[in-house]
Design a protein around this ligand. Structure first.
Ligand code: AGP
Length: 585
């Protein structure tokens, strides 16, 4: 994680600050910037959100060179000392880094033996301390010494260029007529530069206003092809909502419209035809967090529709599971950002085993999208809130449509109907419930079948933005251990959308009630009055077609997490300790 950016041109501070704002989704523990003019460095650092840096900046319209960083702490506490940029011992070179230098401890010991002093606890500082003079040869030497993942931008008091290098962390280079930029994400280029180069692992180089040189991992000079920036500029506008999260929940309907439109394009049809031609006898779905939950929904669709072995696994565990993966495997990688390191690493593992690689991403230029044989875009539009909402909805819809297509069904018409049936849930009732939820410090979500997957996702959403301990369980599992935790201090949210499992789920809910636990029910089924009496609240959503129950019922549950965070005074867009894009394993 962490976002890095380098800039050459006029208005350096302003352009770097604007870039940092766009990269803030990669971490917001601290931010820092170094600007060079006439051989002098000006450095600014602040702890917390990028906005905290603004007050410290001395904006200057003059031409200059600069690098900046927004941090998600991996090594070392959230302090000014650990803010990037970090400096060479002679203070002439400044660096910003995204990734993890795995062998930093060994290097640090060696450098300290040579009397190099460290001011931070970060792994990144070793890169700066390995340098005294910046040129291509020295950068190359450093890259051969460091192991791990890195995107680096380096600035020297003595040079009129920026140096950069990439391994396993994303990095993009853009060159305009009067400015150049290097950044973790090409969204930083929007409005300034309309073409960019995407670096591959092992590549490095240098860029000035007049020249640009790329080297590959074998140290050969290479020509790279530019891509045009087809980027819908991220609106900073919350469109009247208090937070991006709530705006994005409501944008699920737009995501659905986009997917329906996309499904009718020749481009998508040809991807589907390509997919249909593939021969495979096993399917794997892989993702992290919310994307993994979308994979579980996809898995249950595949198992219901196709007679084919299907497994869904969290990306960080995938390689440890010794799955049988070969040219007969179809591996589907799901990622909103398309940059998640665990997912990317699992993808590369499957690639080595010659599996067919499909990606479902919300970012078409991302590494995962590019590395896949076929990428299906989720068309949800950029998510700014850390908690994934509309992307999850869109991932589930995309999986549903792909699987339907493979079974020879065109369910676009069904989706059009669903678009008009979507029920986001009554705000007043959800706010009342949020008030109740905010008073608990232990919450369980339970469900059976596909509702258990929704329980997992609802629980993740709640814990990540409200900091309330929560856990999801298949309803039937409670009595095998967790019931021991149930007393009057526990609230259990029961999710029951499947009519045929309803009574069994109710029985499990009553087992909780008998032990003093409080119950809330989320359903779209009619619940008779006697049953309803057992619950603190029955939250009912409008009826939809059964295929879409998981996409429907998650919406009010996302809103419940949102209202609870707001009730607790937490900014749901930027929960503590998290980042939107997780680019370290
Ligand atoms: C979602 O609310 C989470 N913030 C997180 O679990 C996220 O889904 C996960 O990190 C995967 O990210 P990706 O979809 O960008 O790969």
């Amino acid at each position: 994680m962490c976002g890095i950016i380098g800039y050459i041109g006029k208005n350096v501070e302003e352009n770097l600050f604007e870039g940092l704002k766009r990269l803030e989704y990669r971490g917001y523990d601290s931010a820092g910037m170094t600007v060079m003019r006439n051989g002098n460095f000006d450095t600014y650092k602040s702890v917390g959100e990028v906005d905290n840096l603004k007050a410290k900046l001395k904006f200057n319209e003059e031409f200059g060179y600069g690098i900046a960083h927004t941090r998600w702490a991996t090594h070392g506490k959230i302090t000014i000392e650990n803010c990037h940029p970090h400096f060479s011992s002679n203070g002439n070179i400044a660096i910003v880094h995204n990734g993890i230098i795995d062998n930093f401890e060994d290097l640090k010991i060696q450098l300290q033996a040579k009397d190099k002093c460290f001011v931070s606890q970060t792994d990144s500082e070793v890169v700066a301390k390995l340098l005294d003079k910046l040129n291509v040869n020295n950068l190359r030497r450093v890259l051969k010494q460091i192991k791990g993942s890195y995107a680096l931008v380096l600035l020297s008091k003595e040079k009129d260029c920026l140096y950069f290098a990439k391994n396993k962390s994303p990095l993009y280079v853009g060159k305009g007529d009067d400015c150049v930029m290097v950044a973790s994400d090409p969204s930083c280029f929007a409005g300034k530069i309309d073409r960019y180069y995407q670096l591959k692992d092992g590549e490095y180089g240098k860029i000035s206003l007049k020249s640009l040189v790329f080297y590959d991992k074998n140290d050969e000079i290479i020509e790279k092809t530019q891509e045009s920036l087809d980027f819908n500029f991220i609106s900073e506008d919350k469109s009247g909502y208090d937070h991006f999260m709530i705006k994005e929940i409501y944008q699920s309907r737009i995501a659905l419209e986009n997917i329906i439109a996309k499904f009718q394009t020749p481009e998508l049809e040809s991807k589907l035809k390509e997919l249909k031609k593939l021969m495979f006898d096993r399917i794997y779905l892989v993702g992290c967090g919310t994307a993994y939950h979308a994979g579980l929904i996809g898995q249950s669709y595949i198992r219901a529709e196709c007679n084919i072995d299907t497994f869904c696994e969290v990306a960080s565990e995938f390689k440890e599971k010794n799955f049988v993966i070969d040219e007969n495997s179809l591996c589907i990688f799901i990622s909103q950002s398309g940059e998640t390191a665990d997912t990317l690493s699992a993808l590369e593992y499957c690639k080595q085993k010659n599996a067919h690689i499909i990606a479902i991403t919300n970012t078409e230029y991302s590494t995962i999208a590019k590395k896949a044989d076929i990428n299906f875009p989720t068309c949800a539009g950029q998510e700014k809130a850390v908690a994934s909402t509309k992307a999850y909805f869109a991932q589930c819809v995309m999986l549903y449509l792909i699987i339907s297509y493979l079974k020879g069904k065109n369910n676009v018409e069904k989706l059009k109907l669903f678009k008009n049936q979507i029920d986001f849930g009554d705000d007043k009732a959800l706010k009342n419930l949020a008030e109740i939820v905010s008073k608990y410090d232990k919450i369980f979500f339970i469900g059976r079948g596909i509702d258990y997957i929704t329980a997992e996702e609802a629980s993740l959403k709640l814990k990540e933005i409200t900091y309330i301990f929560s856990s999801a369980l298949p309803s039937g599992e409670l009595k095998h251990g967790t019931l021991a935790l149930v007393d009057e201090s526990v609230l259990v949210i029961v999710i029951a959308t499947d009519e045929k499992l309803f009574n069994k789920t109710l029985n499990n809910a009553y087992e909780i009630k008998s032990r003093g636990g409080k119950l809330v029910l989320f359903t779209q089924l009619n619940v008779d009055r006697e049953v309803a009496k057992n619950f603190e609240m029955v939250f009912k959503v409008g009826l939809t077609q059964q295929d879409f129950y998981p996409m429907q019922i998650i919406l009010p549950l996302q809103k419940l997490a949102y209202f609870t965070a707001v009730k607790k005074g937490i900014n749901p867009d930027k929960p503590r300790n998290l980042a939107k894009s997780v680019t370290v394993e």
